[in-house]
Each structure stands twice: as C-alpha cells, then as structure tokens.
Ligand binder design. Structure first.
Ligand SMILES: [Fe+2]
Length: 194
C-alpha cells in the first residue's frame, strides 16, 4: 500500500495510475493520476468511494490490508463517475451485507451503471445535514451538486475534522509525484471541476 498516513483509524487505500495517457480520454496527465479512496475503522466500518476499473486489483489488496479480516458496513458513494465508482458492484458482491450510502440523485443514477438487484433494501439515502454514526467517528453529509456531476456529495468527519471532498480539491498528477500543487490543481479545476 502507498505510504500515506491519514490517521490511526482512517486509512488511505487509493492507487496511483502511472499507465494512463489521457484522463477522461482527453486531458494529458504526464504524471498520471491518483484514484483516492479511504477506510474509516470504528465500531462500524465505512469505505469512502471505490476506484477506477484500471486499478481494481491493487485497490482490493489495499482494502483487504486495511480491513484486516473485518467486514465493512457502509460504502459511501460521493460521486458516481467511474473513476470513483467502478467497483461498487465488486464490493456488493464481495460483502453481501454492505449498505450503500448516497443521496436521491445517487440512487436515481446508479441503475444506469449497475444492476444491483436488492438496491432498495441495501440503500441508505441521505440529504444535506444528515449524519451517520460509526462509533467514535461521525460523518456529516454535505450536498455539492454540480461540483463536477449533479449527484456529488461530500462528507465531513467530526471527530478528526476531515473533509472528504469528492472532486473539489483534486489535481492531476499522482500523490507520489514531486511537483508543486497549484499548476496541476488549477488545470484540474478549470477542466474538471468548473
Ligand atoms: Fe468526477
């Protein structure tokens, strides 16, 4: 796993992609891109987003390592674009009891990407200001429509004061690239977020 430490109970499980030439088939990414994903370990366990198809194997390895034999309770779906969300069905198949957490637009769009038979029983629909208790950790849901896609939402974790910001503060270039943040963040903002 990449050597990125968030905190004792929040683990980074994302993967760098240095093999990609064009992000979304149109933006050059000379230093690749990172697909970010996290696990919050508490009495309940939440996975924060999945990642792109291209790095499924590496991501599942990171996930297994972070879970250390435990089963996740929730998959939080910040954004349905395939670089965040391709592995939703993978996770549902791997963990049959997992609940999917999204907003009304998440669940309106989700069937266009995946055929999840028991979605009605599996979904937890949240709206602006709703919270989800994991134990010591508590997620606050913040709707962020049109920060790239219509169904985007962010999560603020109260106890550690961490914002999971979906695409909002993204940048081109992998996390292991040694470069200034602002140029590639600016290019990402103009082309992707705006
Ligand atoms: Fe996106």
């Amino acid at each position: 796993m990449k050597d990125i430490v968030i905190s004792e109970n929040i683990k980074y499980i994302g993967v760098d992609d240095n093999d990609i030439d064009l992000f979304e088939n149109q933006y050059t990414v000379p230093n690749g891109i990172s697909y970010n994903s996290y696990v919050i370990l508490d009495e309940k366990i939440a996975i924060m987003d999945t990642i792109d198809k291209r790095k499924t194997t590496e991501w599942l390895n990171n996930l297994n390592e972070a879970l250390n034999g435990r089963n996740p309770d929730y998959l939080i779906i910040s954004h349905l674009e395939p670089d965040h969300a391709y592995n939703i069905e993978t996770i549902v198949n791997k963990y049959p009891n997992i609940k999917l957490v999204g907003n009304n637009k998440t669940f309106a769009f989700l069937p266009q990407f995946f055929d999840i038979k028991d979605l009605e029983q599996r979904k937890i629909e949240v709206k602006e200001g709703d919270t989800l208790n994991l134990g010591k950790h508590k997620l606050h849901f913040l709707m962020a429509p049109m920060i790239h896609w219509p169904e985007v939402m962010m999560e603020y974790e109260e106890s550690e004061k961490i914002l999971f910001s979906a695409d909002a503060f993204g940048k081109f270039g992998t996390l292991s690239t040694n470069e200034d943040w602002d140029c590639e963040a600016r290019r990402y903002y103009f082309n992707i977020v705006r």
